[in-house]
Design a protein around this ligand. Structure first.
Ligand SMILES: NC(=O)c1ccc[n+]([C@@H]2O[C@H](COP(=O)([O-])OP(=O)(O)OC[C@H]3O[C@@H](n4cnc5c(N)ncnc54)[C@H](OP(=O)(O)O)[C@@H]3O)[C@@H](O)[C@H]2O)c1
Length: 250
């Protein structure tokens, strides 16, 4: 915070590694107050502006209640702006839906769709009377828009995020100082998730070769580059005018 200027609050899920960690690092560098939500703390990040809430998002109800209580306690005047970046996501085992365990599928859907829905609801409810700019990002994927065999639950969760954003955008458009929301595809990023796609069994996941090819052709963004693109999109004056977008949109 500079002088008497109010800080911006950003809440980032899945900030322990990959894209979320890079987003968290770049937001801290901008001087944001940051709440990280994941099972583990962001690797190698320490700052007085950072608080980590160790959470398994398979059951997001307690952390959604904690977020609502925290925001209510802060009050409408505390921050210049507030962002909720729902970034955490998981792919189930890469195989046809018919071959997967219920636990695995439930985890992918709960972390990928239920948790962002509950956290977004808590955020919007608790900040409904705030006059400051409020933005919600749902980190989606091209796979929410293009189906891929072997990752049905992931495709379903991401398509769900896209339609969640469309519906919430309509709701918020009807409110004074309504929040802005975008379900945003972040590009292809060199993280553990891509490693999981490249390491899958080709007998059960036919598209494995495509992900191996993208990697060997050097077509993956680093987490830092992808985070910079995501935050550039967050900064856009037209953020929220299209609730389903891609960081590569002009
Ligand atoms: N990588 C890509 O090419 C790509 C492409 C399109 C979209 N995306 C999307 O971008 C987002 C970030 O992906 P990434 O590649 O950075 O993934 P990643 O490296 O696998 O990181 C996933 C993050 O989600 C958190 N997470 C996973 N399960 C969790 C749970 N049960 N409870 C709480 N947190 C959990 C992890 O934290 P803990 O393990 O510490 O809990 C971690 O911080 C995801 O939504 C992904 O779908 C990625």
């Amino acid at each position: 915070m500079l002088g008497s200027m109010k800080p911006t609050l950003s809440i980032v899920t899945g900030a322990s590694r990959g894209l979320g960690r890079a987003v968290a690092e770049q937001l801290l560098a901008r001087g944001h107050q940051l709440i990280s939500i994941a099972r583990r703390a962001p690797e190698g990040l320490a700052s007085p502006q950072l608080q980590h809430w160790s959470t398994d998002l398979v059951d997001a109800r307690p952390v959604a209640a904690r977020l609502a209580a925290f925001l209510a306690e802060q009050g409408p005047q505390a921050y210049a702006a507030a962002n909720l970046i729902n970034n955490a996501g998981v792919v189930s085992q890469l195989a046809p839906l018919a071959d997967l365990e219920a636990d695995d599928l439930q985890q992918a859907l709960r972390v990928g769709l239920e948790a962002p829905t509950l956290l977004t609801s808590a955020f919007l409810h608790a900040t409904g009377d705030w006059q400051s700019v409020r933005k919600v990002v749902l980190v989606s994927s091209g796979l929410g828009r293009r189906a891929m065999a072997g990752s049905a639950s992931y495709c379903a969760a991401k398509a769900g995020l896209d339609h969640l954003a469309r519906a919430v955008a309509l709701e918020e458009a009807g409110r004074s100082h309504g929040a802005r929301i975008v379900s945003l595809a972040p590009g292809v990023i060199d993280t553990d998730m891509q490693l999981q796609l490249r390491s899958a069994d080709p007998q059960r996941f036919a598209e494995r070769a495509r992900f191996v090819g993208l990697h060997s052709a050097g077509q993956l963004d680093s987490p830092q580059a992808a985070a910079a693109k995501l935050l550039a999109y967050l900064d856009r004056a037209d953020f929220g005018s299209n609730p389903v977008a891609d960081v590569r949109d002009a």
